[in-house]
Design a binder for this molecule. Structure first.
Ligand code: MRU
Length: 343
């Protein structure tokens, strides 16, 4: 299953807002549709957003060329700006767009620009597939026996071009007989755990136990969890990691209960320009995502809402960061620098 792909000259993506009830693929050659899909989380998960943005620039350029636009490079740069405005936290989006911008700026222009951009977008897709496989292998090697995991949000195939990051580790470990079950935080408010992770794990034949986010503490206290593993949207140079809102409290709980807390992410999720997680931009979502349930308001009129979509887990709560370049141990500053050097 590929949640985002390039098929016969168009982008094909799985509309994740409809899961698990409906598996509907959308075909498009319209960059505005891609931008809307990223904003509305039809396409979501840090690496998947990056890959989608790469293909989004391609369709914009091909449309401009087909319409006889004089300035194809201008159309590409406009598409890059439009896609960059969709979501602020996942650095994979900006990493992908910066690679596309480099192609545009070094290209003489004209019709072959589309082919050059498609080659770059496909390369990023292939790189993510390979990165996920490597993360899966490196991570699975950490687990022996029948491990009981807990995860938050969705860092699976739906969120990447490949097998996923955190979930890729779990599915790889499961093939080696090392997974007992996975506690899945439902992940308020958009339920990526309940709707997406539980669906993916079931398809993989892995026992998934859905819990509310606020049950994580008592499940850990009852000694039912051996390891927590999550993905990330942006990791700063010191190892601080932004992930779905609610990840930080899970890390605090894991520390309190002496449970290892792993972050799994490709190097493309690491933003070495940011010294610490304090500088990571945190997306705020529409208040209705919290103040409404099933389209109905659940709080009194006039109540103010604060709706951050991500939080930052400080590096000292992270046992190790599982990357495509190996498992990084603290101190993360030098470990991250060395990982980029040997890439
Ligand atoms: O808002 P979302 O659903 O895009 O948030 C996604 C996450 O928080 C994932 O854990 C993260 O992007 C890692 S995906 C491999």
């Amino acid at each position: 299953m590929r949640a985002i792909d390039w098929v016969d000259g168009h982008i094909r993506f799985l509309d994740q807002t409809l899961l698990p009830h409906e598996e509907r693929f959308v075909d498009t050659t319209d960059v505005a549709v891609v931008a809307e899909a990223i904003r509305s989380l039809r396409i979501r998960g840090a690496p998947a957003i990056g890959v989608a943005a790469g293909f989004g620039v391609v369709v914009a350029v091909r449309t401009a060329a087909a319409n006889g636009a004089g300035d194809i490079r201008g159309a590409a740069l406009e598409a890059i700006d439009e896609l960059a405005s969709t979501r602020p936290t996942a650095v994979n989006l900006f990493y992908a767009l910066s690679r596309m911008r480099t192609i545009v700026l070094h290209h003489p222009g004209g019709r072959s620009l589309g082919a050059a951009l498609l080659a770059e977008a496909r390369a990023m897709q292939d790189e993510d597939v390979a990165a996920c496989d490597r993360i899966g292998r490196h991570g699975a090697a950490l687990f022996n026996g029948r491990t009981r995991f807990l995860t938050h949000c969705n860092a699976g195939a739906l969120a990447t071009a490949g097998i996923g990051t955190a979930i890729g580790v779990i599915t790889t470990a499961a093939r080696q007989g090392h997974v007992e079950r996975v506690f899945v935080d439902e992940t308020r408010p958009l339920l990526q755990g309940a709707r997406l992770t539980a669906w993916e794990l079931r398809r993989a034949g892995i026992e998934a136990v859905l819990i509310t986010d606020n049950a994580a503490g008592s499940v850990m206290r009852a000694a039912k969890v051996d390891a927590v593993i999550v993905g990330a949207d942006r990791i700063a140079a010191n190892g601080d990691a932004a992930n779905k809102i609610g990840t930080y409290p899970v890390a605090v709980l894991a520390r309190h209960h002496g449970i290892p807390f792993y972050v799994a992410a490709p190097l493309s999720t690491i933003d070495r320009a940011l010294e610490s997680g304090d500088a990571i931009p945190i997306e705020e979502r529409a208040p209705e995502e919290i103040s409404e349930w099933g389209g109905k308001r659940v709080t009194a009129d006039g109540v103010r809402v604060f709706a951050p979509a991500f939080d930052v887990t400080p590096h000292d709560l992270i046992t190790s960061i599982i990357t495509d370049a190996g498992v990084l141990a603290p101190p993360y500053g030098p470990a991250i620098a060395a990982a980029f050097e040997r890439r």
